[in-house]
Design a protein around this ligand. Structure first.
Ligand SMILES: [Zn+2]
Length: 93
């Protein structure tokens, strides 16, 4: 009969879980970039506000927790909230 300690069990599950989490993260990132969701990575900064065409600040100062977490801008000219892809963010979502 093989006996396994709780610590070994914990170590094994962490060692098994970490690569799975990494793969899930990469898949989310790749899919998010393709479908332009919050999980995506946008390396090309949008040139201006889609509503009033005012240029967006190059240095992004997050105005709220969502912008800090996912990126995005609040237009200094018309006050509309944009996501990291430069699209107008629906305030209800
Ligand atoms: Zn604007």
């Amino acid at each position: 009969m093989m006996s396994i300690g709780l610590g070994e069990l914990l170590l094994c599950s962490v060692a098994l879980l970490l690569p799975i989490l990494g793969v899930v993260g990469i898949v989310l990132l790749a899919r998010g970039t393709k479908q332009k969701t919050d999980f995506g990575l946008n390396l090309s900064v949008p040139s201006g506000c889609p509503k009033c065409a005012a240029p967006l600040p190059t240095v992004r100062a997050p105005k709220n927790a969502r912008q800090l977490l996912w990126g995005g801008w609040t237009c200094t000219s018309c006050g509309v909230e944009l996501d990291k892809w430069g699209r107008v963010r629906n305030p209800t979502s």
